[in-house]
Design a protein around this ligand. Structure first.
Ligand code: HEC
Length: 103
């Protein structure tokens, strides 16, 4: 049941994500992280089963995203999501989250 609810929630998040025009190479960093807060919570503070991602340094976030992208870390969603970002965007995302979602 719990897993089903997570999938339903994740589906809703993907729908929200599709509404955010964050695919351009030089996307506004603030716009990029809006899509993450849809699932990971405002400021990276998740209220549900999805892990919180605040308080992490940029290097660790970027490394995690690359592991998801390269299928080196088990995932249900982040593997697919991470593949849609360029290397530049991953670094931008990681910097922005580390700076804006420090605590
Ligand atoms: C559709 C929902 C969804 C969206 C949108 C989303 N995530 Fe995730 N994220 C997850 C889930 C679920 C996990 C747990 C791994 C998995 O099952 O894919 C996760 C895991 C992570 C982790 C690892 C956390 C840990 O400590 O293990 C990081 C880092 C992360 N996401 C970053 C991001 C960033 C950055 C964005 C925005 C580009 C983002 N996520 C957008 C659902 C989402």
């Amino acid at each position: 049941m719990r897993k089903l609810a997570l999938y339903a929630f994740a589906g809703a998040c993907v729908a929200m994500l599709a509404a955010v025009p964050a695919r351009a190479q030089n996307a506004d960093p603030q716009l990029l992280i809006v899509s993450c807060s849809g699932c990971h919570g405002t400021g990276g503070h998740s209220a549900g089963a999805i892990p919180s991602i605040y308080g992490r340094n940029a290097a660790s976030i970027a490394e995690t995203l690359r592991e998801f992208r390269d299928d080196k870390r088990p995932a249900t969603i982040m593997n697919r999501l991470a593949k849609s970002y360029s290397d530049t965007e991953i670094d931008t995302l990681a910097r922005e989250i580390a700076a804006k979602w420090a605590n």
